[in-house]
Design a protein around this ligand. Structure first.
Ligand SMILES: C[S@@+](CC[C@H](N)C(=O)[O-])C[C@H]1O[C@@H](n2cnc3c(N)ncnc32)[C@H](O)[C@@H]1O
Length: 206
């Protein structure tokens, strides 16, 4: 992620956060318990929504500009959280470490979605939960999907590898998770090609 994106990310997302995204984060993260890993924490938009009662909270953020903003936000919060730079493809934890893994608006930009999900599954305890909010392909709106396909090559370059046409919920299922909750919704005040989203919770095999 370039310096520019990292520094304007919160400003770009503000209206979407206020008009729904923030509430989605709160609803999904509020019930979490135990040892939790967030992958690609960015500037820390999820931080206010993690319950205080968590046993341990670890955040990963491989991008140095994003990580700098994340650390600044953490300092203001005065909360005990571990921050590491590792990418999702190589998480430096033994298998079956976490009760839950959180990914929000990250799986669109990982290089290999299947590998990322495989690694997340490895570090989850049996029966542990993957909690996600991701923008996806507009599968129910052919016109918008056509636009997403057209724009994707440019968007990939403009952003840091953000794909517009991923079917992330299908990939989560294909990686062996059981989808417990899945909601499709439009992200308000976002650019039209990143509006279609999926959010919910998937369980790793017991
Ligand atoms: C659009 S931002 C989302 C940030 C935050 N999760 C949120 O909900 O606002 C995408 C983040 O994913 C991170 N990211 C990209 N590729 C990654 C990878 N392979 N492993 C872990 N994080 C990655 C980026 O550095 C960036 O901070």
């Amino acid at each position: 992620v370039c310096w520019f994106l990292a520094n304007f990310y919160d400003r770009v997302m503000r209206r979407s956060e206020e008009e729904g995204l923030g509430a989605w984060r709160a609803e999904l993260l509020g019930p979490l318990e135990g040892t939790v890993l967030e992958v690609g924490a960015g500037t820390g938009a999820n931080l206010p929504h993690f319950p205080e009662r968590l046993g341990r909270l670890v955040l990963t953020e491989p991008d140095k500009h994003m990580r700098r903003r994340l650390l600044l936000r953490l300092r203001a919060l005065r909360r005990k959280v571990d921050v590491i730079a590792a990418p999702v493809e190589r998480l430096p934890f033994p298998g079956a470490t976490f009760d839950a893994v959180v990914v929000t608006l990250v799986l669109c930009s990982v290089e290999r979605l299947d590998r990322a999900l495989h690694e997340i599954r490895r570090v989850l305890k049996p029966g542990g939960r993957l909690v996600f909010i991701e923008h996806v392909a507009a599968t129910d709106r052919p016109g918008r999907l056509a636009w997403q396909r057209l724009l994707e090559p440019f968007w990939l370059r403009l952003t840091s590898n953000c794909h517009l046409t991923r079917r992330t919920d299908e990939a989560i299922r294909a990686a062996g998770f059981e989808l417990e909750r899945l909601t499709r919704a439009s992200m308000r005040k976002a650019l039209p090609w990143v509006r279609p989203t999926v959010r919910g919770c998937a369980r790793a095999p017991a």
